[in-house]
Design a protein around this ligand. Structure first.
Ligand code: ARG
Length: 250
């Protein structure tokens, strides 16, 4: 082979590798897109512009395990569910209760957190137990299992886009109670300076899981493996502890 041919071959290989490096976009990480609804403290909420919370930390740890870059979009809760179901986002992580109804339209990872619906009332309310909700108007967050619980039990309801709006409906006297996930009820109620309390009566048994498009088995398997590792090495327990969340892995 002539020297000039060798030189041009070397040049061609060099140029090709430059193109390849450029295409891989620097870090070389694939992107994991996640939809959430940052209106659900302490799982996901806004701190200034930043989306923070236990779900967010868990998702970051998961993405790191998968060697992917996490890209979070904050949207309405029902839109986050639909976004995962249609594959617009790879996952929705939003304190989402995995249940049979939703399994018709989307797939879920293994469960990562146990929750229940809880009742918030004014501190001086005559409502002491769930049975006292009879004939009362109750607020909730739209598209949630809390809303479904109230509909199933035929209560008069007012649904809001956010839990914060649901609780201000209570403090301004428009409704007599709020039904929302227990840990969130506690977090929202804690901000009312003693005006509201959370009743100690779990209404449902639910499990949070990560939602994906139906049939996305490969991603679900990867997520489950990463979740198992994060459970085993104590990462998940540490994340939940940081937000004062009782965490019992299985
Ligand atoms: N666990 C409930 C459900 O799945 C409420 C979840 C609401 N999550 C949120 N980020 N707003 O319906």
């Amino acid at each position: 082979m002539k020297i000039s041919k060798v030189v041009s071959l070397i040049l061609a290989v060099a140029m090709l590798s430059i193109v390849l490096v450029a295409c891989s976009g620097g870090s070389g990480d694939a992107v994991l897109t996640m939809a959430t609804n940052a209106e659900f403290p302490p799982f996901e909420y806004l701190e200034g512009e930043e989306i923070v919370g236990a779900d967010v930390d868990m998702a970051k740890a998961l993405a790191e395990k998968l060697g992917m870059e996490l890209e979070i979009t904050n949207i309405d809760f029902d839109a986050a569910l639909t976004g995962a179901a249609t594959g617009k986002y790879d996952v929705a992580v939003a304190g989402i209760t995995a249940n049979d109804e939703r399994r018709k339209n989307m797939d879920f990872s293994n469960d990562y957190y146990k929750a229940s619906q809880a009742i918030i009332v004014m501190a001086d309310s005559e409502i002491k137990v769930a049975a006292d909700l009879e004939g009362k108007t109750v607020s909730c967050q739209e598209g949630t299992t809390g809303e479904q619980y109230l509909l199933d039990n035929e209560y008069a309801i007012q649904s809001f886009k956010t839990g914060a709006e649901a609780i201000s409906a209570l403090t301004t006297g428009k409704v007599q109670a709020v039904v929302i996930d227990d840990a969130v009820a506690k977090a929202l109620s804690d901000k009312q300076n003693g005006a509201t309390i959370v009743l100690d009566e779990p209404l449902t048994k639910e499990n949070y899981a990560i939602a994906t498009k139906k049939g996305n088995t490969e991603l679900v398997e990867k997520i489950n493996k990463a979740l198992d590792e994060l459970k085993a090495d104590g990462t998940l327990a540490a994340i939940f502890a940081e937000y004062d969340l009782a965490f019992d892995a299985e």
